[in-house]
Design a protein around this ligand. Structure first.
Ligand SMILES: CC(C)(COP(=O)(O)OP(=O)(O)OC[C@H]1O[C@@H](n2cnc3c(N)ncnc32)[C@H](O)[C@@H]1OP(=O)(O)O)[C@@H](O)C(=O)NCCC(=O)NCCS
Length: 518
């Protein structure tokens, strides 16, 4: 039971003081020096005693990386600091401060009393506090499903749910999908930058030869493709990929160097479409098709499925889908990959764990279900009654709702455009159902902000390019594997075992253990 008599600690009990401060006219270099001398991660900028900005260690890293060559001894901090700083009063409960800091993505929060700066709390102070207090005082504050909780620092990308925006590194995911190739984005995720023409060529030369299935694994795939009554290609791909990892001798990353871990990551991304298509064809009684080195990653995927070089329209449609789904914050499968990596397990184990998470319909398993829903509705006349009945019966409309997006999912918007390009007429019915579903959800589930997610139009696009339904989720895996491996590389580069606490709510222990009944 929680201790209800003790006063809950507030920010005043843990904040750091005095705070390291500077003036808006001080140079960035002066501020960096102040941080360094005081061993703190931020400087609060005061103008006539009022908080007007903050500059953090993270900002300095960003400036050093993007403004190489600037003279920081002359550049005043007011030009680079964050303005409109949120502050909190010292009486704020620690749980509330933690929520503010994690929801808004801050690391440092100045504390003000009657307009006077009295201290500063950092994410680390709050985390430390959470660790030393009894779990029951804190776990109650952890949102169910960890919603809104930042669980890792990452430079790979993020999702801004309220704005309907997601980005890979510093670029909008949608802009990348409109302007670049899959390989360019893969390079961006691994190397931190979009490739120059020379780098793109070298990357292609490095990755194309990694597409092939090892000779020792090939004869084993037929058996996997025939296992079980129903063929579940994602499960089959997981099994086949495990064999590849054994054959290639993937070891705990603690025992291998960084270039080797990167090679394993590249190999994993390169081979995944080959495994998916080979297993699918074997299940159909067809021979697998060897990768075509002349084709890009996305076009080659379609090629290995049918043996035909796809039209540029079809190839670009699948490429855009793949680019849009490479990464999406700390979703369940990406988080799983990071948790497994944090134990020192090999890269293959982290990927198979992520594949397991992706197989669930609440995460990656919905595109074929969304398409099935459209087929079941069948006609415009049926739409209202069908949708209403399902929602009133407590069922979920597949392809709608998202944990983070509370507005249009930008991936869904772009894919709607791709579908229109492929077959404008056919997409009319889907657009009608989308509109009615949003209206009915708004009426029957007011305030939940339920809009189509990526999977609604993903299924339609894949269907239009001739992808079999059973390969929708494995196709999603072919792109998300880039995000997973990028996160694995990042986790391994600065690792600490991920080991949270649970909140025990069962009968009070220790209860006497009854003797076994005689
Ligand atoms: C994606 C999803 C799992 C996010 O779920 P979440 O953030 O945990 O949201 P919750 O389960 O807390 O749902 C909040 C409310 O909205 C409702 N809701 C959420 N998605 C819904 C949907 N697709 N259809 C009908 N109602 C839905 C829930 O029933 C709940 O209602 P309640 O407050 O009356 O209990 C959820 O929207 C869903 O199941 N969607 C359908 C499956 C899907 O499209 N998956 C692909 C994801 S990319």
């Amino acid at each position: 039971m929680a201790n209800t008599t003790t006063k809950a600690p507030s920010v005043e009990d843990i904040m750091s003081r005095p705070v390291v401060t500077a003036n808006p006219t001080n140079s960035v270099a002066t501020c960096a020096g102040l941080m360094n001398d005081a061993h703190v991660g931020s400087v609060v900028i005061l103008d006539n005693g009022k908080v007007v900005g903050i500059l953090t260690e993270r900002d300095l890293v960003g400036l050093a990386a993007t403004r190489y060559g600037s003279d920081w001894t002359r550049s005043p901090v007011k030009e680079w600091m964050h303005e409109e700083v949120d502050t909190i009063p010292p009486t704020t409960a620690i749980a509330d401060a933690f929520r503010t800091i994690s929801e808004r993505g801050y690391r440092h929060l100045p504390v003000e009393s009657d307009g006077v700066l009295v201290g500063i709390v950092t994410m680390r102070d709050l985390m430390r506090q959470a660790r030393i207090l009894p779990a029951d005082r804190y776990a109650g504050e952890v949102p169910k499903g960890l919603e809104g909780l930042a669980v890792a620092e990452t430079e790979i990308g993020d999702v801004r749910g309220q704005q309907g925006f997601f980005h890979y590194r510093q670029y909008s995911g949608v802009d990348l999908a409109e302007k670049r190739s899959f390989e360019d984005v893969w390079h961006l995720m691994f190397e931190g930058e979009l490739p120059t023409a020379t780098q793109a060529k070298a990357f292609r030369e490095e990755t194309v030869p990694l597409r092939g299935i090892p000779a020792a694994v090939k004869p084993l795939l037929g058996g996997i493709a025939k296992l079980g009554e129903d063929f579940v290609p994602l499960q089959a791909a997981k099994a086949a990929y495990s064999l590849v990892c054994s054959e290639l001798d993937f070891k705990t990353w603690l025992e291998i160097d960084r270039p080797e871990l990167r090679r394993q990551a590249l190999r994993t991304v390169a081979i995944f479409p080959t495994l998916v298509t080979a297993l699918y064809r074997l299940h159909q009684g067809l021979e697998p098709i060897e990768p075509n080195p002349e084709l890009g990653h996305a076009a080659n995927y379609l090629y290995m499925l049918s043996g035909e070089v796809p039209s540029p329209e079809r190839a670009r449609a699948i490429e855009q889908y793949l680019m849009l789904t490479i990464d999406h914050g700390l979703n369940a499968s990406t988080f799983s990959a990071r948790v497994i990596t944090s134990t020192g397990a090999d890269l293959g184990s982290a990927i198979t764990g992520a594949l397991g998470a992706l197989s669930g319909p609440l995460h990656g398993g919905a595109p074929s279900l969304a398409l099935k829903m459209l087929a079941e509705i069948g006609t415009r006349e049926n739409a209202d009654s069908w949708l209403r009945e399902r929602v009133l019966a407590g069922q979920r409309l597949m392809g709608f709702g998202h944990r983070v997006y509370k507005t249009d999912d930008p991936r869904s918007t772009l894919l709607r455009g791709v579908a229109e390009r492929l077959d404008g007429e056919r997409v009319e019915f889907a657009k009608f159902i989308e509109k009615r579903a949003v209206e009915i959800l708004e009426e029957l589930k007011p305030g939940r902000a339920l809009y189509p997610n990526v999977e609604f139009y993903a299924g339609i696009v894949m269907n239009m390019i001739g992808m079999p339904d059973t390969l929708f989720t494995p196709t999603f895996a072919c792109s998300r594997v880039v995000g997973w491996t990028a996160h694995i590389l990042e986790q391994a580069a600065d690792n600490r075992l991920i080991r949270p606490s649970g909140h025990y709510i069962g009968p009070e222990p220790p209860a006497p253990v009854p003797d076994p009944q005689t």
